[in-house]
Design a protein around this ligand. Structure first.
Ligand code: ARG
Ligand code: ZN
Length: 851
């Protein structure tokens, strides 16, 4: 059954208060719920309480046991005479058997919950929709030895002992919240405790709860949390509201983390870090996710979503907020480059394929499938465009008005835009199209120059491609940041041009010589820009543009144009790339972290996205050849940079991160030659490293090539970290991403490794998910990669449909490939669809993917 946005109707019944009583154990948990229900509006409809795999043991209405309830589609339906009643239900759960990891489940020795989006209905019968807000009182009872710590949302109001070694805790959350923000945790946990004093002087107790052995790995997350709390006060004026803020790390988790009110639950990979086990990228991701979940306290919890079509209301805005936060902690330029790379790698392909949807979708079968890069990352770009259009100050006024108007409410994307309009003083009527239209707009820019009149003319066009259900689109307002550079490097013109129509002409006077165009600076609009700039123009910008993103972009475009020319067999000049890379490497004014970004070759997938038909083999060959050419011709520079940025003692600072980034990039280029000397060098780095960034970079270098040290390094790494599942995930991923011709065979072998398991989402993603983005291996012409993925999706589906469904889009890109691959990819999708008992999660993704 398809759910449609236009069918939204306010809830028939509200539940202002709920009391929950849990008798917890891994095998069998008893849940008693007491709901105060109130009829909402003038109707005679029955009370329908959502349920998913629940059986009522008893139902009481106003204290009396009743028998005339019924179950329809798993939901509990009760006819009620009056407008207000007290409903009590009792059910039994089996957390240890809950492999879907939605609702109440066991992870390691813990019991924990995940309710967003529709997991609460797996815990108790309830109107499980985000516009039903309730005050929660929660009592937890469990064995004191097995579960010494009992946590839920809000404040801990009472504790006590029970019979037979049991104890209990009562929690009270004064803020009305939707059921998807409910959480509980029980287990043998220790806390890293700290405190934060808010801007109004309230002292908040902070706790990051983990297994005792992991306590030393929580300091980075705690520091990030306190920095985020302060940042949200400084930048958005948002103060924390409860007296306690707890975070719990769990090993089995379907996503990154969850913003449950006052009790965030995290995938342990976004909490645990120390230099020996976490990379710089892990450290950065931990800070970003800790901040993201914390920021949800306002953008998500205090103001929540009316229905799941509004998901981007909280996710797009909160991603934008965490991006701003991270940009403020280090290099804003590098952060922007990383964010755009993520958008292009994850969202652009989605927007160009069969699963394309607007950031506010019109329909879904399974909401779990809509936690997408479009909702999150494109959603953040849409918020960012409003920020660009309004400027920081007026954007803040709009945000203040939004929080003010909707505090304690379940709001819509429209509410957000309306608040931005009123608070920021701007008309966003046409801008709203960004919420309604899917697909990445394509902009063409042609700059002409007339030496007689000394005028330069810029002709712009925009076009949004058709997407499923949306054959025809309207032009959208695109804030395009533009600049023109004179040949001597001087910036002669700069503006923010809001490009609203299908076409526009702009002219600029006073250019005796043809200027060079810099466009979509800082990636001001999430669009694809096609220009006719020459390799010389791009090389010029890569050396002179004062917008770091545009500078990076010019180098990427130069590399991409060269690679495409190679692939398409056109004559071209690779030397322009070599010269530009050399100039950037030798520019002493540049931040090494930025240089390393700029030197990175476009990914194989990104090259494919720029081609009419993706040819994975030709792409791999051309990219390897360009890497080798840059390696050979700039050999001295790479050696020099490798030495210059030699590892000092580990430090987590922007400068030290930049040095590691540059050094490992140099190692990667040096390794392109395959020379035994570099293999030895990589192995030496692997052994001597005092941090995971350097160690895994060396391992990756060895795993990609034919170096003699490869097997020994992989074995040593596994032996060293066999007790640390997060690091063993990296070991799987490194091999799944290998550029070697035998990568698929390696993955098949690893599926049989004793450490591989379908039950842990991190492990599944580390091997199968990583393999599906290894373009040359996954798209091997014999179809072995497709077959492998189809089998693994079918195997995982009965265990964890949500995680299985996330893997389907890799096959959904079939239209982008040649006929022979198309046939094999479609066959893999058909094979998935033929699996008996397929979940609706995977069914939706696979059937939509086939088109
Ligand atoms: N709200 C969480 C976050 O973005 C993610 C929840 C994911 N839920 C899901 N069903 N995919 O922070
Ligand atoms: Zn979020």
């Amino acid at each position: 059954p398809t759910i449609r946005r236009e069918d939204y109707r306010p809830p028939d019944w509200l539940v202002p208060d709920i009391a929950l009583d849990f008798d917890l154990a891994a095998e069998r948990t008893r849940v008693r719920a007491k709901l105060d229900v109130v009829r909402n509006g003038d109707h005679a409809r029955a009370l329908v309480l959502d349920g998913d795999e629940l059986t009522p043991l008893s139902v009481h209405v106003d204290g009396q046991a009743i028998n005339d309830w019924r179950i329809e589609d798993g939901n509990l339906v009760i006819d009620l005479p009056a407008d207000a009643h007290v409903i009590e239900t009792e059910i039994e759960l089996h957390p240890a058997a809950n492999t879907k990891l939605m609702g109440l489940y066991a992870s390691g020795g813990l019991l924990c919950t995940q309710c967003e989006a529709e997991g609460f209905r797996r815990i108790t019968f309830f109107p499980d929709r985000p516009d039903v807000l309730s005050r929660y009182t929660v009592k937890l009872a469990a064995d004191r030895n097995a579960y010494p710590v009992l946590l839920a949302n809000g404040d801990n109001v009472a504790n006590g002992d029970g019979l037979d070694g049991r104890h209990w805790a009562e929690w009270n959350d004064p803020f009305p919240k939707p059921s998807y923000l409910f959480a509980l945790v029980a287990g043998d946990l220790q806390a890293n405790r700290d405190s934060f004093t808010t801007m109004s002087g309230r002292k908040i107790d902070l706790g990051i709860w983990v297994r005792a052995a992991d306590l030393p790995k929580t300091h980075h997350a705690m520091a990030a949390l306190k920095t985020a709390m302060k940042w949200d006060e400084d930048v958005y004026g948002r103060e924390y509201d409860l007296d306690i803020f707890n975070i719990v790390a769990v090993d089995d988790f379907n996503f990154g983390a969850m913003e449950n009110k006052g009790l965030n639950i995290f995938n342990s990979r976004y909490i645990l870090a120390d230099p020996d086990t976490a990379t710089d990228a892990d450290y950065d991701a931990i800070a970003a996710v800790v901040a993201h979940e914390y920021f949800h306290n306002w953008s998500g919890d205090r103001v929540t979503c009316r229905d799941w079509f509004q998901l981007s209301l909280k996710e797009g805005f909160t991603v934008f907020r965490d991006q701003q936060f991270s940009a403020d902690q280090g290099s804003a330029a590098v952060k922007r480059i990383e964010d755009v790379r993520t958008l292009r790698a994850a969202q652009f392909p989605e927007d160009a394929g069969p699963l394309a949807h607007p950031i506010r979708p019109e329909s879904y079968m399974e909401i779990g499938n809509f936690y997408t890069a479009t909702i999150y990352n494109k959603g953040a770009e849409v918020i960012r465009m409003m920020h660009t259009l309004l400027g920081a100050e007026r954007f803040r006024a709009g945000a203040d008005l939004y929080f003010d108007r909707h505090d304690g409410e379940a709001a819509t994307c429209e509410d957000f835009v309306a608040a931005m309009e009123a608070g920021g003083g701007i008309d966003l009527s046409r801008f709203r199209l960004w919420y309604a239209q899917a697909g990445t707009p394509k902009v063409t820019a042609r700059l002409a120059h007339d030496p007689i009149s000394k005028a330069a003319t810029l002709r712009l066009t925009q076009e949004a491609p058709p997407t499923p259900g949306q054959p025809v689109k309207q032009p959208m307002p695109l804030p395009l940041s533009l600049a023109l550079f004179a040949q001597d490097g001087e910036k002669r013109h700069e503006q923010l041009f809001v490009f609203e129509d299908a076409e526009a002409d702009l002219s600029f006077d006073g250019f005796a010589d043809a200027p060079v165009l810099s466009i979509n600076r800082n990636f001001s609009a999430p669009v694809i820009v096609e220009t006719d700039r020459t390799p010389a123009d791009l090389a010029f910008l890569s050396a002179h543009d004062d917008d770091p993103f545009a500078r990076y972009e010019a180098m990427q475009q130069l590399m991409l144009d060269t690679l495409k020319a190679t692939i398409e067999g056109r004559t071209h000049d690779d030397d322009a790339v070599v010269a530009a890379v050399r100039a950037t490497l030798e520019d002493p004014a540049l931040d090494p972290a930025f240089v390393a970004e700029a030197m990175l070759l476009p990914s194989e997938q990104f090259i494919g996205d720029a081609m009419a038909v993706v040819d994975p083999d030709a792409i791999a060959t051309a990219r390897d050849a360009l890497r080798l050419k840059l390696a050979t011709e700039l050999d001295g520079l790479w050696r020099d940079r490798y030495q210059r940025h030699a590892a000092a003692q580990f430090e987590y600072s922007p400068a030290a991160k930049g040095a590691r980034r540059m050094r490992n990039l140099a190692l990667g280029y040096l390794a392109a030659s395959g020379s035994p000397e570099v293999g030895a060098q990589a192995f030496a780095q692997f052994e001597a490293a005092d941090n995971m960034t350097d160690r895994i970079a060396a391992l990756g270098t060895l795993a990609n090539g034919m170096f003699v040290e490869r097997a020994e390094a992989l074995a040593a790494f596994h032996a060293r970290y066999c007790d640390n599942p997060l690091v063993i995930d990296k070991w799987f991923t490194t091999q799944a991403l290998s550029l070697r011709a035998d990568a698929a065979e390696q993955v098949v072998a690893l599926l049989n490794h004793p450490d591989f398991a379908l039950t842990n989402p991190n492990r599944f993603r580390s091997l199968v998910g990583a393999f599906s983005v290894n373009q040359r291996a996954f798209h091997r012409v014999d179809g072995a990669g497709y077959e492998l993925l189809a089998q693994q999706i079918a195997a995982l589906d009965p265990i964890n449909p949500q995680t299985a469904a996330k893997m389907v889009p890799a096959l959904g890109r079939w239209r982008r490939f040649d006929e022979s691959r198309q046939v094999k990819m479609r066959a893999a999708l058909e094979q998935i669809l033929a699996t008996p008992g397929l979940s609706k999660d995977v069914f939706e993704q696979a059937s939509k993917s086939l088109g």
